[in-house]
Ligand binder design. Structure first.
Ligand code: HEC
Ligand code: HEC
Length: 286
């Protein structure tokens, strides 16, 4: 009797293992296909100015758009996440130093990466949040590129990003967005310049980079480890303007609790008054 039961549990187990291998093989093939898909993007042709005003603007933008959070202050890149069984995520070295972008990395390559989330060969970058940068105005994009292209070379050879078993399964189940290129309308026209001011329009422009985590409707994602609702229905809508600004400047909420990672409050801390007020106005309007 016992023997019979053992035999059947053994068989059931075998079936489960085979099904798991089958599922993983399928997931692995699907992710491979997505990773090697070639996007036929046509980068807008830009003339990059390098006057000091543009460079100063670019220097500010790489902070306020979060580039330095991920690619490090010197833009030499760093490992953002690494766990055995899941994978490794590395924000690349953007300088011309050892381990950095190729010597002939040109304006088209910058536009492809920033606006479209794809590399020179048309395949998607992993996790680079280009959906939030796709609608950067031409003026802002030029300033970012002008600044990035002339930063001092940093010799840092970071280990490359790797999509491990865990990341493959999570991405296949739709729990992890690996390729922002998939979300982007690659033919969408770019705004030329944005009029800065305390207006909902400018607020919407500023919050593009929040949509990756807080979602386009700013209602976040529910549940444990989710992202909070920051629209007019969220808890933060009830804070005073001053409390709201303080939170995004110091990383501390009015009740004293800290904004935990991955909320990039060092980025919002660098926002100007106009950016803060416009953003607040927009969030309260939706
Ligand atoms: C959330 C983190 C994050 C932010 C914010 C971010 N990046 Fe990235 N970026 C990445 C990752 C990760 C990669 C590498 C992806 C890979 O390995 O496929 C990358 C790749 C790139 C590349 C491609 C480099 C190459 O060698 O092909 C460029 C260029 C780039 N980022 C520029 C920027 C700029 C400019 C900004 C700000 C406007 C920015 N990134 C903001 C995470 C980020
Ligand atoms: C990389 C993901 C990410 C991005 C990008 C991001 N946030 Fe967040 N944000 C979070 C997470 C996660 C939390 C919750 C942190 C915690 O639990 O302490 C949060 C919390 C907040 C809170 C506090 C809300 C509350 O109810 O406590 C505010 C306000 C906020 N974010 C505003 C913004 C704004 C504005 C932007 C864009 C300029 C932005 N965030 C960009 C992930 C992000």
């Amino acid at each position: 009797m016992l023997k019979k039961i053992l035999k059947w549990t053994g068989r059931t187990l075998l079936v489960i293992i085979l099904l798991a291998i089958g599922y993983y093989t399928k997931a692995h093939i699907m992710i491979g296909k997505r990773q090697h898909k070639v996007y036929a993007v046509k980068p807008v042709k830009l003339d990059i100015p390098n006057d000091s005003a543009t460079l100063a603007m670019g220097r500010r933008l790489v902070t306020t758009k979060g580039c330095t959070d991920c690619h490090d202050k010197d833009l030499g890149g760093k490992v953002l996440f690494e766990q055995k069984g899941i994978g490794r995520l590395t924000a690349r070295n953007l300088t011309k130093g050892k381990g950095g972008v190729p010597k002939d990395f040109d304006t088209d390559d910058w536009v492809r990466a920033i606006r479209h989330g794809v590399q020179r060969d048309g395949t998607p970058l992993i996790y680079m949040p280009s959906a939030g940068f796709n609608q950067l105005s031409e003026t802002d994009l030029k300033a970012v590129i002008a600044y990035c292209a002339q930063v001092p070379p940093v010799n840092r050879e970071n280990p490359p990003s790797e999509i491990g078993v865990g990341a493959t399964i999570m991405a296949d189940l739709g729990e992890l967005e690996l390729f922002e290129a998939e979300k982007i309308d690659h033919k969408a026209p770019v705004p030329m310049a944005i009029r800065e001011g305390v207006t909902p329009d400018f607020g919407k422009y500023v919050t593009q980079i929040c949509t990756g985590c807080h979602k386009p409707d700013m209602k976040g994602t529910p549940g444990e480890g989710g992202t909070p609702d920051i629209s007019s229905t969220g808890k933060s809508a009830r804070w005073t303007d001053e409390q709201f600004f303080q939170t995004l400047r110091t990383g501390k909420r009015p009740d004293g609790t800290e904004l935990k990672a991955p909320m990039p409050w060092q980025m919002t801390a660098a926002f100007s008054d106009t950016e803060m007020r416009a953003l607040r106005m927009y969030l309260k309007s939706i």
